[in-house]
Design a binder for this molecule. Structure first.
Ligand code: PLP
Length: 387
């Protein structure tokens, strides 16, 4: 199996004795042993087998194998949500006194973990402008344990030069953690660009139909099946077998869905750019994106998210959002259905006005998640809503 599309539908499949076509959903919390000696052997490590679904489960393993293969990572540990992945990887790696260098262009909860939660445990984060290599270089003159970024970032689509930042981070002794939720594994592989660990919210494109909440941590076998596995096994943010089954089936169609939606997103971005009511548009594959060349080098398509600002403030943004009929108002993204979000009052509300201002999220900023509908329907709906 060499082709990526073949692998996306085949890797990880293990048929049960019933010879089913679709992968089995092993909705079980525990497993039985024929004899007490068999249970003892499973727990002392002399026999490898499934023991308890907080530790491992056949459906979760199938999903982990398929996603690791797609990402080009040695190992994958699925978890209960994208945030369980972000927090899990940081807490598995860091101890009191450690230093993190992170891009300040982050999803609200990722920012809160680094700025509010980890300092309580003696971990400090220095934030930099993730688009500015000089700032990364300056911050990484001092030793750091981890580097953390999103690229593209939610919602302003800033791009981090993953290869260059990874090189600087490695020279400073830091592990590079990339949150690839916005791009998805269909259009960008941070592992292949030099990142050590990749985190996904499978809630987004991997599920792709807005059904389940999940996450995944990918990286070297020694890290994933070492500190990450120990942490998740003992603290419990495990992915459920049902979620793993949905996500596993989502991987089969991921590339087709994300590439289709990305093509529509580019059309939408170009149309918005030509609209006189729009102040600016951010989309990685638009020529006007400040890091357009870098985005084209790192990503095979521009992704499904388009961010723009309406001429005006919150009132004008809310009026446009409420006038849309082809979009659902939601703070989620990566769904087959197109969604519209007002970041300042939802996903990035809690980080406060100052942090929003620093990354350029204005009251007129609107984020679109483009789905699988006809491009003409989406474009004409936006044109109508923007008057
Ligand atoms: C970039 C990014 N990382 C992580 C998350 C968290 O994912 P989840 O909602 O699955 O916890 C999100 C959610 O929107 C996100 O946009």
């Amino acid at each position: 199996m060499t082709g990526r599309d073949t692998r996306a539908v085949r890797v990880g499949t293990q048929r049960s004795a019933f010879q089913e076509t679709s992968e089995g959903l092993f909705l079980t919390s525990g497993y039985v042993y024929d004899r007490a000696e068999d249970a003892a052997a499973a727990f002392d490590g002399s026999v490898e087998r499934y023991t308890y679904s907080r530790f491992n489960n056949p459906t979760v393993t199938a999903f982990a194998e398929r996603l690791a293969d797609m990402e080009g990572a040695e190992a994958c540990f699925p978890v209960a949500s994208g945030m369980a992945g972000v927090f899990g990887v940081l807490i598995a790696l860091l101890t009191q006194g450690d230093r993190v260098v992170a891009s300040r262009h982050l999803f609200g909860s990722c920012y809160s973990v680094l700025s509010d939660i980890l300092p309580r445990f003696g971990v400090v984060t220095d934030f930099v402008d993730g688009t500015d290599l000089e700032q990364w270089r300056e911050a990484l003159r001092r030793p750091a344990k981890a580097v953390f970024f999103e690229s593209p970032a939610n919602p302003m689509q800033e791009i981090v030069d993953i290869a260059a930042v990874s090189e600087l981070a490695h020279a400073a002794g830091a592990l590079v953690i990339a949150d690839n939720a916005m791009a998805s594994p269909a259009v960008q592989s941070p592992t292949r660009l030099g990142a050590d660990v990749v985190v996904y919210s499978t809630t987004k494109h991997i599920d792709g139909q807005g059904r389940t909440l999940g996450g995944a941590i990918l990286g070297a076998d020694s890290f994933i099946n070492g500190p990450v596995k120990t942490l998740v096994r003992n603290t419990g943010p495990t992915m459920s077998p049902f979620t793993a089954w949905v996500a596993l089936k989502g991987l089969e169609t991921l590339r087709l869905r994300v590439e289709h939606a990305s093509a529509t997103a580019l059309t939408v971005a170009r149309s918005l750019e030509a609209n006189p009511r729009v102040a600016w548009v951010r989309y990685p594959f638009l020529e006007s994106h400040p890091q357009h060349d870098l985005a084209r080098r790192q990503m095979s398509a521009g992704g499904t998210i388009v961010t723009f600002a309406i001429d005006g403030g919150r009132e004008e943004a809310f009026a446009a959002i409420n006038a849309l009929t082809a979009f659902d108002i939601s703070n989620n993204f990566g769904d087959a259905k197109s969604m519209v979000t007002h970041p300042a009052t939802t996903t990035h509300y809690r980080i406060g006005p100052e942090a929003r201002a620093r990354v350029g999220i204005t009251d007129g900023t609107i984020r679109l998640s483009i789905g699988l509908e006809d491009a003409d329907d989406i474009v004409s709906d936006l044109n109508a809503a923007l008057g």
